[in-house]
Write a protein that binds this ligand. Structure first.
Ligand SMILES: Nc1ncnc2c1ncn2[C@@H]1O[C@H](COP(=O)(O)OP(=O)(O)OP(=O)(O)O)[C@@H](O)[C@H]1O
Ligand SMILES: [Mg+2]
Length: 452
C-alpha cells in the first residue's frame, strides 16, 4: 500500500509537469512490470513447492535412517542413506540459490528498462522537438524513473515473496484437503479442562459410563485398498465381560480394536460403546476407555509424565501413578534402581527394554482406572512369569471392567468369556475357548501346538 501510494503521488506530480512523459512512463513501467510478473510468479510458485518437497524429503530421510539404524548398520547400508541425504540437501541448496537469484532479477530488468526507456524517449523527442526540450524531458523521465524503479522493485519483491510462500504452503494445503476428504481431523479438539477439574473427575470415577460394546455389520477398507480389512463384523459384549480377538496375522484384529476405540470410522455399520459413538463416550468420560497399543511409544519426560501421558503436572496424583506401576509390575524396578517417578525416560534418560516399555504402556492404560480396556498384544514381549502376573492383574478387573484383548499367545486369552476368531476381516467363529476350538480347525491346531 505504501509503495502504491507513493507511485500515485509521483504520477500526479509528474502529470502536472508533463502529461505526455507521464503517460509514457506509466505505460512503459506497467508493461515491464506485468511481463516480469508473468515470468516470475509462476517460477516463484514452482520453486516454493520444490523447496517444501526438498525440506520434507530431508526430514523423511533422517527419520527413516534413525528408525532403521540397527538394520541399516547390520546390512551395511549407511552409505545409501548418506547419499540419499546428500541428494535432497543438494536439491534444497539449488532451490535456495534459485530463490536468491530470482530476487535479484527484477532489479537488473528495471535498470535496463530505465535506460531503454530513456533512449526511446530521447529518440522520439529529438525527431519531433529541439535538443533542449528533449534533454529537459529525458531529465524529467530519469528523475521520475529513479524514484519509480525502487518503488516498483519493492512491489515486485513483495509479489515474489507471496507467490513463493504460497508455493511453499501448497503441499500443506493439499495434505489438509486430503485429510478433510478422509474424514480425519474432525474439527478442533475440545478446550482442555483445568487441572483441578481433571483430577476431580478421575477421583470421582467414571460415573454412569456403560462399558458395553455393540458392533453391527462393520465394514471397513483402508484408503487405496480394494480388500476389506473388516467384513460384516457383528459382536455384542456386555459390561464387565472379556472378549478376545484371535486369528492369523493380518486378519484385522488391530483394525477392529481401532474401530471399537473410535480411532477408525467404519465405512458402513455401527460401532457403539455404551450406546454412543466411541468418541462421544471418550469426550464425556475421559479416561473411562483405555488402550495399550501393539507398540507403545515413549514420551520424552519423566516416568510420571509417561504414565499420566498428556495430563498437566498439577493434575497428576503420584499415588495413582505408583498404583498403576504396581499393577503393571514395574514399580519394584523403579523403586530400587532409579529416582522413582522423576526418572527420565527417552532421549536423555533411561532407555527401557521392549518388555519394560510394554509394562509402561499397561501402567499408562491403568492410570485412569478405566472401565473399558483394549489391549493389543500388550504382553507379547514379556517373559512367562511377568506375563502371568499382569494377566492376574487384568483378571482381577473382571466383572468391573470390560476388556478386549488381542493376543497370539493363547494361554493369555484362554480364560476370556468369549473369543472371536477373525480371518480375512470376518468373524468365522465366536464363543468360549472350547466352542471356538470345535468350530475352527486352525484355532484347534494352534492350541494343540501349544499343548493346550
Ligand atoms: N494403515 C493401514 N493402511 C492400509 N492397510 C492397512 C493399515 N493397517 C492395516 N492394514 C491392512 O489391514 C489388514 C488387517 O490389519 P490388522 O493390523 O488389523 O491385522 P492384525 O490382525 O492386527 O494382524 P497382527 O496379528 O499381525 O497384528 C492387513 O491386511 C493390513 O495389511
Ligand atoms: Mg495387530
Amino acid at each position: 500500500m505504501t509503495e502504491g501510494t507513493l507511485l500515485v503521488v509521483l504520477a500526479a506530480g509528474l502529470f502536472l509537469v508533463s502529461p505526455i512523459v507521464t503517460a509514457f512512463t506509466i505505460a512503459f513501467f506497467v508493461a515491464v512490470g506485468l511481463i516480469l510478473q508473468r515470468l516470475l510468479s509462476g517460477w516463484a510458485g514452482r520453486v516454493g513447492q520444490r523447496a517444501t518437497h526438498a525440506e520434507v524429503a530431508s526430514y523423511s530421510v533422517i527419520q527413516e535412517a534413525l528408525r532403521t539404524y540397527r538394520e541399516t548398520v547390520v546390512a551395511h547400508r549407511r552409505a545409501d542413506y548418506v547419499s540419499r541425504f546428500q541428494a535432497v540437501r543438494w536439491e534444497s541448496a539449488q532451490v535456495q540459490a534459485d530463490l536468491q537469484f530470482m530476487s535479484l532479477v527484477p532489479k537488473y530488468v528495471f535498470e535496463i528498462a530505465l535506460v531503454i526507456g530513456a533512449a526511446l524517449l530521447a529518440g522520439s523527442q529529438l525527431l519531433t522537438k529541439d535538443v533542449s526540450a528533449a534533454i529537459a524531458i529525458i531529465a524529467l523521465f530519469l528523475a521520475a524513473g529513479s524514484r519509480v524503479v525502487p518503488s516498483m522493485l519493492r512491489l515486485q519483491g513483495a509479489m515474489i515473496t507471496i507467490r513463493g510462500g504460497a508455493g511453499q504452503a501448497a503441499p500443506t494445503y493439499e495434505l489438509a484437503d486430503e485429510l478433510g476428504q478422509l474424514g480425519g481431523g474432525s474439527g478442533t479438539p475440545d478446550p482442555a479442562l483445568p487441572p483441578a477439574e481433571i483430577k476431580a473427575r478421575l477421583i470421582a470415577g467414571h460415573g454412569d459410563f456403560d462399558p458395553s460394546i455393540s458392533l453391527k455389520g462393520i465394514r471397513l477398507a483402508y484408503p487405496g485398498s480394494e480388500a476389506l480389512a473388516l467384513d460384516d463384523v457383528t459382536l455384542d459384549i456386555s459390561a464387565g465381560r472379556s472378549l478376545a480377538l484371535v486369528g492369523p496375522t493380518g486378519a484385522g484384529k488391530s483394525t477392529l480394536a481401532d474401530v471399537i476405540l473410535g480411532v477408525l470410522q467404519a465405512d458402513s455399520g455401527e460401532a457403539l460403546v455404551g450406546g454412543q459413538h466411541p468418541l462421544t463416550a471418550v469426550a464425556r468420560w475421559p479416561g473411562a476407555i483405555a488402550y495399550v497399543p501393539q507398540d507403545v511409544a515413549m514420551a520424552n519426560g519423566t516416568v510420571r509424565e509417561n504414565v499420566a501421558l498428556g495430563l498437566p503436572l498439577e493434575a497428576i496424583d503420584d499415588s495413582w501413578v505408583w498404583d498403576a506401576l504396581e499393577r503393571a509390575h514395574l514399580a519394584v524396578f523403579l523403586r530400587d534402581n532409579r529416582e522413582g517417578l522423576d526418572t527420565l525416560i527417552g532421549e536423555h534418560g533411561l532407555k527401557l527394554s521392549g518388555g519394560q516399555r510394554q509394562r509402561l504402556g499397561v501402567a499408562r492404560a491403568l492410570y485412569s482406572r478405566p472401565k473399558l480396556l483394549v489391549l493389543d498384544e500388550a504382553t507379547s514381549a514379556l517373559d512367562a512369569e511377568t506375563e502371568r502376573i499382569i494377566s492376574m492383574t487384568l483378571a482381577s478387573l473382571e466383572g468391573q471392567v470390560t476388556t478386549v484383548t488381542v493376543a497370539h499367545r493363547l494361554a493369555t486369552i484362554m480364560h476370556c468369556d468369549s473369543i472371536a476368531y477373525l480371518e480375512n476381516g470376518r468373524v468365522t467363529a465366536f464363543g468360549t475357548f472350547d466352542e471356538v476350538r470345535a468350530m475352527e480347525p486352525n484355532f484347534d491346531h494352534q492350541a494343540r501346538l501349544l499343548g493346550l
